[in-house]
Design a binder for this molecule. Structure first.
Ligand code: SF4
Ligand code: SF4
Length: 462
């Protein structure tokens, strides 16, 4: 026998490796098995008894193989099911933190209508092999500003409306009544961007090439989208708006926005780093904003879901039900989805457009399956928390995922480095556990988020 340990004792021999996690709750502490992301919440005064409760630990340990398999599938077994489709390199705005180089946004190329239709046909053929079970692959027209290629985009949506779930991520300045009517009547998801509830702040980061803010145009579009369910607003957290996040959620809730994202600025390009807010400050105000969404929900019965946080909560309570793929390692870039540039060049994620060494191939010249396996894509899909200090020792490594590879590479010099934020993710996970301890987590999630899921392990049932 190679190892004499019978695994009876927690944290020694082959016993269950459990890390206690201070979640900042008055009564509870979390115990996490980091590799499988299996966890339990324990009353603080019961921690020692729990760790030496052989029956409980043995039941916990028995589930490890199932959860290992689930985590393995989620991390390494998924096939692409979505594409971020950039139909143009150009943008009518010059936002301070954009990840697409300014020269591209100013003078870059558009994809012609014929090419766009051809691209969708190729994508349809590829996804038929990777997306099964009656699901539809997703195509999100993304930026630069996709509405600058509106005729081609709308022609593509018309022709392939039965083949894909379509979405458009836009700066909202070019959405006239006709465009809104077309998109809403075709059930296209619409994401728009707004960084503050007041123009003085919003206009500091999102502006035209001549420096004029676009707040008024975005608000006008929000008025027209009121009542449309498949619509969301992204606010990018920077030093300009970080102390106003609670005002933003108040404002968006007042406008009856169903879903928003409060995303820390991705620091892939230097311009974004100049407006980056401090990690701890971002965490503090982000959590205050989450508290505010909960108050609003309690007061009005109407939720404003903060999708990027909801995804963290789901990553804890039902990992495979995640909808976004930044907070899992490897992240979804290049394995669950990829990005397509207007000339057909393929990148693991839109964050890499503008970084030629991450081009994996070209949609019109190469097989998609080959591009997914290309060395350029592998650099991203093979980046995993186990290889990154200090993430490899972090108890919450599979609730955070150590994003973002583009930031790590460009800002910190290597795929084996962390990205721009750590405490922001730490605090989100601790807050999520506090909500779970208080039985409030569903208040922060989409309605019916658990449709199609089943409970695999309920500690209360032991
Ligand atoms: S972590 Fe970065 S590269 Fe990965 S999916 Fe998110 S934005 Fe893209
Ligand atoms: S970035 Fe920070 S919170 Fe995330 S896995 Fe690494 S050490 Fe943990």
């Amino acid at each position: 026998m190679k190892c004499p340990s019978t695994g009876r004792f927690v944290n020694s021999g082959t016993g269950l490796p459990l890390q206690p996690l201070d979640i900042g709750h008055e009564d509870f502490v979390a115990l996490v098995e980091p590799d499988t992301a299996l966890w339990m919440l324990v009353k603080k005064e019961k921690l020692c008894d729990t760790l030496s409760d052989r029956e409980l630990m043995s039941s916990f340990k028995d589930r490890i193989p199932d959860f290992k398999l689930e985590m393995q599938t989620l991390r390494f077994g998924l096939k692409p099911s979505a594409v971020y489709f950039n139909p143009t390199e150009r943008c009518n705005l010059n936002c301070s933190y954009c990840y697409i180089p300014a020269a591209m946004r100013k003078d870059g190329e558009h994809m012609s209508q014929g090419k766009l239709i051809d691209a969708l046909a190729r994508l349809k053929e590829y996804f038929a092999k990777t997306v099964h079970g009656g699901r539809r692959p997703q195509v999100v027209f993304h930026g630069a500003e996709p509405m600058l290629a509106r005729d081609a985009v709308f022609a593509g949506i018309k022709e392939f409306k039965d083949d894909f779930n379509f979405g458009v991520q836009t700066n909202a300045t070019l959405l006239d009544d006709k465009a809104i009517d077309f998109l809403t009547s075709n059930g296209v998801g619409i994401g728009i961007s707004l960084d503050s509830s007041v123009p003085e702040i919003a206009n500091q980061t999102r502006m035209t090439w001549s420096g004029e803010g676009v707040y008024d145009q975005v608000i006008s579009t929000m008025g027209k989208l009121k009542g449309y369910d498949s619509y969301s607003v992204i606010a990018t957290i920077t030093e300009k708006n970080v102390t106003h996040l609670s005002d933003i959620v108040d404002f968006l809730h007042g406008w009856e926005v169903p879903t928003c994202m409060l995303n820390v600025v991705r620091c892939t390009l230097p311009g974004a780093r100049d407006v980056r807010a401090a990690d701890d400050l971002s965490a503090k105000h982000f959590i205050a904003a989450l508290d505010r969404t909960h108050e609003l929900y309690r007061e009005t019965g109407r939720k404003l879901t903060v999708a990027n946080f909801a995804n963290i909560v789901i990553g804890i309570i039902a990992p495979p039900a995640r909808r976004l793929m930044c907070d899992i390692s490897p992240c979804g870039g290049g394995r669950c989805f990829f990005a397509l540039a207007p000339g057909g060049d393929m990148f693991p994620c839109s964050e890499f457009i503008g970084l030629p060494e991450f081009k994996g191939g070209n949609l019109f010249e190469d097989s998609i399956a080959d591009v997914i396996k290309s060395p350029a894509f592998n650099k991203v899909t093979e980046r995993k928390v186990e290889d990154i200090e200090p993430c490899n020792k972090c108890a919450i490594r599979h609730f955070c995922g150590s994003p973002c590879p583009a930031e790590a590479h460009e800002m910190n010099g290597s795929m084996k480095e962390t990205g721009a934020f750590c405490e922001f993710y730490e605090e989100q996970v601790r807050y999520a556990f506090r909500l779970i301890a208080d039985g409030k987590e569903s208040d922060f999630l989409w309605d019916n988020w658990d449709k199609g899921t089943k409970t695999m392990f309920d500690i209360k049932a032991l």
